[in-house]
Design a protein around this ligand. Structure first.
Ligand SMILES: Cc1cc2nc3c(=O)[nH]c(=O)nc-3n(C[C@H](O)[C@H](O)[C@H](O)COP(=O)(O)O)c2cc1C
Length: 135
């Protein structure tokens, strides 16, 4: 899937969830994500906590740009806030067409600290996503 000669484009953003945690909506989002991302060479991780989604997706430029535009129009979330759009020579989530974790453990501490994802350094958010993606 990964062509090492091609740069890997990536997007990290956060948004507000419209549905409650454990709603079937997240399962529907993940069903499309896994199917589409596998077909389009995208990998990444979606995390939700305290009413926020935080997602990193990565892959070929055209697929990343297409998903970015699609997400802006998806009414299952709102207030899309780009944290970064960048490129790299390697993927962060090689094993995940789209991994998922929810807010059962409130691990980022967003609610308890009364902060939103952009209040954290982007590097901490990426490290956090990578850590939960490996269990
Ligand atoms: C928070 C969130 C994350 C999403 N992540 C992805 C994703 O990684 N890949 C994807 O194809 N669609 C994702 N979607 C869904 C897209 O916005 C869109 O509904 C979907 O790609 C349409 O494809 P479908 O018609 O095959 O379901 C996400 C939606 C939300 C609300």
């Amino acid at each position: 899937m990964l062509e090492t000669s091609q740069p890997v484009h990536n997007v990290l953003y956060w948004s507000h969830c419209r549905c409650k945690a454990f709603d079937v909506t997240d399962i529907e989002i993940m069903r499309s994500s896994i199917r589409n991302n596998a077909a389009n060479g995208l990998t990444g991780f979606l995390y939700r906590e305290a009413g926020f989604y935080v997602q990193l997706f990565e892959g070929p430029k055209s697929a990343v740009e297409h998903l970015h535009k699609t997400l802006l129009n998806d009414r299952r979330h709102y207030g899309f806030q780009l944290i970064f759009a960048s490129q790299s020579n390697q993927r962060l989530f090689v094993d995940w067409s789209m991994g998922y974790s929810n807010d059962a453990a409130n691990q980022l501490g967003l609610a308890s600290q009364k902060i939103q994802p952009s209040d954290l350094p982007a590097e901490n958010v990426v490290n956090f996503l990578q850590n939960i993606s490996v269990g």
